[in-house]
Design a protein around this ligand. Structure first.
Ligand code: HOZ
Length: 430
């Protein structure tokens, strides 16, 4: 029963476009109407009608320690009693910056802002200013927030809702963004042959999480590093999703690579609105007030957000955390894969650390074109069958799933039992 959610949605639609403040939440990709949430704890989330779900959206990634972990809640409460915003520097910003710099070796200096979108937008401006070039290479199906330059063949909600190239973006912006197939190093090489002196940066999600979960082929990321070095362009890793998630130092640590700039969000804010971008000191020092590149924000380095980020990154320092997350996610992915396989459902499923995803397709998924071979209608039916059995997956085939330290063995077992039952029910109907 979700009557209260339905009436909340009807009310919201009167004053909020589509009734939601971020489009994927509207359930358009899976049908039906969105569930309105009222509370969450650990690995569960509860809706207005008191239905509780095992959550694999986890606010789209920030909640690696689960919902409302006591240490984070306590830190935010304590910070709030001291004042919610000062618009002046605080020591907490330096403490979080020191922690980020110590965890992500390619980052010499970091600046905090309020969202991943701000982080990527600012990193691109910085790269353009530093190189004196205008063009950016991105990959189709990757999503780097909703700044104009990145809404060309974009992933996430833009892909889900059929607007990968949003209207409202100028022809000039379109000309300066070169969108290439993910995992296609030859295409990148050709782009550099044609526009080498104009390309400021290549930006990539090292593990793509916004066209579903898609991994880089061996040699793709290192090839990007070589090409950008050879042509004097900067390499930007968008680790908004993978940062602090797939390893303490993100995907770049797992892959042994050092990008020039890294964009961060989600976990670095521990569930509060934070983005960050950082990297080589010589590049970061072009930023105002040291250099000419302007970037600013009233709520940048907000004390509540810094407190949540600090408590979260400190929580991740506990021994074996990443090993446990990897094991839990592997167990989930193996179990789901077996359940799909038992029913002869063509699928591809993968994970790195505690980030995972699956496609209902018989094709290997290496880029946007192959991701689009997935049976999205089947995903929608599976999504609803899981929801009815108390499991909340992303309401779109083209998103990743997230496991937290709060997803203990019984939660994973319950999820796999729900999947088995859901697939039986779908099989009986088909
Ligand atoms: N773009 C986010 C996931 N890739 C979704 C944001 C949201 O709806 O909260």
């Amino acid at each position: 029963m979700t009557e209260r959610s339905l009436s909340a949605f009807t009310r919201a639609k009167r004053v909020i476009p589509g009734g939601v403040n971020s489009p994927v939440r509207a359930f358009k990709a899976v049908g039906g109407t969105p569930i309105f949430m009222k509370s969450a704890t650990g690995c569960t989330i509860t809706d207005l009608d008191d239905n509780t779900y095992l959550d694999y959206v986890m606010s789209w990634g920030p909640l690696i320690l689960g919902h409302a972990p006591p240490a984070v809640v306590k830190a935010v409460q304590a910070a709030a009693t001291r004042g919610t915003s000062f618009g002046a520097p605080t020591e907490a910003e330096t403490e979080l910056a020191e922690l980020v710099v110590s965890m992500v070796p390619s980052i010499d200096k970091v600046r905090f802002c309020s969202s991943g979108t701000e982080a990527t937008m600012s990193a691109l401006r910085l790269a353009r200013a530093f190189t004196g070039r205008d063009k950016v290479v991105k990959f189709a199906g990757c999503y780097h927030g909703h700044a104009d330059a990145f809404l060309i063949s974009a992933g996430s909600g833009a892909l889900t809702l059929g607007t990968p190239d949003s209207p409202g973006i100028t022809q000039g912006t379109v000309r300066d963004t070169l969108s290439l197939p993910y995992n296609d190093l030859d295409a990148v090489s050709r782009a550099f042959d044609a526009h080498g002196r104009e390309i400021a940066a290549v930006i990539v999600e090292p593990y793509a999480g916004n066209m579903g979960f898609v991994l880089p082929r061996d040699g793709f990321l290192s090839g990007l590093r070589e090409l950008t070095n050879a042509h004097g362009a900067l390499l930007i890793f968008d680790e908004v999703m993978t940062g602090f998630r797939v390893a303490p130092g993100g995907a770049q640590e797992r892959e042994g690579l050092s990008p020039d700039l890294t964009t961060l969000g989600k976990i670095v804010g521990g569930g509060l609105p934070v983005g960050a971008f950082g990297g080589r000191a010589d590049v970061m020092e072009s930023l105002s007030p040291l250099g000419p590149v302007y970037q600013a924000g009233t709520l940048s380095g907000n004390p509540l957000a810094m407190a949540a980020g600090l408590a979260t990154l400190r929580g991740l320092q506990v021994a074996d955390t990443y090993e446990t997350l990897e094991r839990s996610t592997e167990r989930l992915v193996l179990g789901l894969g077996e359940a799909f396989g038992r029913r002869g459902i063509p699928h591809r499923i993968a994970h790195r650390g505690s980030m995972f995803g699956f496609f209902f397709t018989g094709c290997d998924v290496v880029d946007l074109a192959s991701a689009k071979t997935a049976d999205t209608a089947l995903y929608g039916r599976f999504f609803h069958a899981m929801l009815e059995r108390g499991v909340y997956l992303a309401p779109s085939q083209f998103e990743a799933g997230f496991v937290s330290t709060a997803h203990i063995a019984t939660a994973l077992d319950d999820t796999l039992a729900a999947a088995d039952d859901a697939l039986s029910a779908l099989h009986a109907v088909a």
